[in-house]
Write a protein that binds this ligand. Structure first.
Ligand code: FES
Ligand SMILES: [Fe+2]
Length: 348
């Protein structure tokens, strides 16, 4: 469980944000898995992603501007199209008949599915072609109801494990409207493998020991899915109403992870409780980031981790999927999902 620079998941799509994060004609810097990226959007609405380092002398292209649907570097004005091909070098004299189109900046595959932006991060820059598709998050539509984020000073592995850890709830999120160690119950949950690189707690009625679910009324059914590298969705449905919780942990760098919590819903009644709901969400985020920052104090000494009982099964799966994906890619063979359908029994 080393946290070296090369310990990210590669050849996968990382959640890069919401469509609304980047307006037409804008550029924005984002860092994913230690790679500096300029996220941009042309006037025609097409989003694109380029390496945020000008091939001339390294100025960040994201600090430039978009002119005629090209990215103009802020330093000497070189221009690149959205594929990264150099189209103009203003300082070149007309007698200089250089083939400037041979100069390029790396372009990343970007997909925009509904309101979700995905960027493909390859291990090897010579193999930019995506090996898989991004997860299909069917309910990520309608209005964004809540959108909160935090930066945590921890490695993505630990941040991701926090998302699939049923055992911390009664301790880290101890509060009357959620649960406490006094309300812990025996749980038996059915889990299934999911593609790409994920696993799900199959659709079930949520715990009767979480008061918060009562707000939804009716008989809610929830399904919780986790996709590597670090995306958790909880899809709650009551009839044709839905509330989708999308939690992403995106590594910014080796010891820095962006924690973003977004909710989508078509329940108009949720608008009424938005202020209370947002307060609750912020509280959860603070509690999770608080414990991860505390955990970091111990991790700094690089102790060996323990995975005990079914409560830690998902943590074992996380590492198993990560390892198998890396092996499948390096051996150029099909991925064999290490998770089999099973019932996990634990207390929470
Ligand atoms: S550094 Fe970008 S044009 Fe010179
Ligand atoms: Fe949590």
């Amino acid at each position: 469980m080393s946290n070296t620079r090369d310990d990210f998941v590669y050849d996968v799509w990382y959640f890069a944000g919401l469509s609304g994060d980047i307006a037409k004609g804008d550029l924005k810097r984002i860092d994913i898995a230690g790679q500096p990226i300029t996220l941009g959007r042309r006037r025609d609405g097409t989003a694109f992603a380029l390496r945020d380092i000008c091939p001339h002398r390294a100025a960040p292209l994201s600090s430039g501007r978009i002119v005629d649907d090209m990215v103009e570097c802020p330093y000497h004005g070189w221009r690149f199209d959205s594929q990264g091909t150099c189209k103009s070098i203003p300082a070149l004299h007309p007698s200089d008949n250089m083939e400037i189109e041979k100069i390029g900046v790396r372009s990343y595959h970007l997909r925009e599915d509904g309101q979700l932006l995905w960027i493909y991060i390859p291990r090897d820059k010579a193999q930019m072609t995506p090996a898989i598709d991004p997860p299909q998050i069917e309910m990520a539509k309608g209005k964004v109801f809540i959108d909160e984020h935090l930066i945590m000073e921890t490695h993505i592995d630990h941040a991701a494990l926090g998302l699939i850890d049923p055992a911390h709830g009664p301790y880290v999120h101890r509060q009357w409207w959620w649960r406490s160690d006094h309300t812990m119950k025996n749980k038996e949950k059915r889990f299934e493998p999911r593609n790409p690189l994920g696993f799900a707690m199959a659709a079930h009625s949520p715990s009767s020991n979480s008061a918060a679910y009562k707000l939804l009324g009716g008989k809610p059914v929830t399904e919780i899915t986790f996709y590597l590298p670090g995306l958790r969705t909880e899809d709650i449905r009551v009839g044709n109403k839905f509330l989708l919780s999308l939690t992403s942990m995106t590594p910014v760098g080796p010891e820095k992870t962006l924690f973003r919590q977004i909710f989508f819903t078509n329940m108009t009644s949720m608008r009424l409780i938005k202020p209370i709901f947002r307060t609750g969400v912020r509280r959860f985020l603070k509690q999770d980031s608080g414990i991860l920052n505390l955990q970091k104090k111990g991790l700094n000494y690089q102790p060996k981790a323990m995975f005990v009982g079914d409560a830690d099964a998902q943590a074992r799966w996380y590492y198993a999927v990560k390892k198998e994906w890396a092996a499948a890619r390096s051996q150029n063979r099909a991925f064999v999902h290490p998770v089999k359908e099973t019932i996990l029994k634990y207390r929470t």
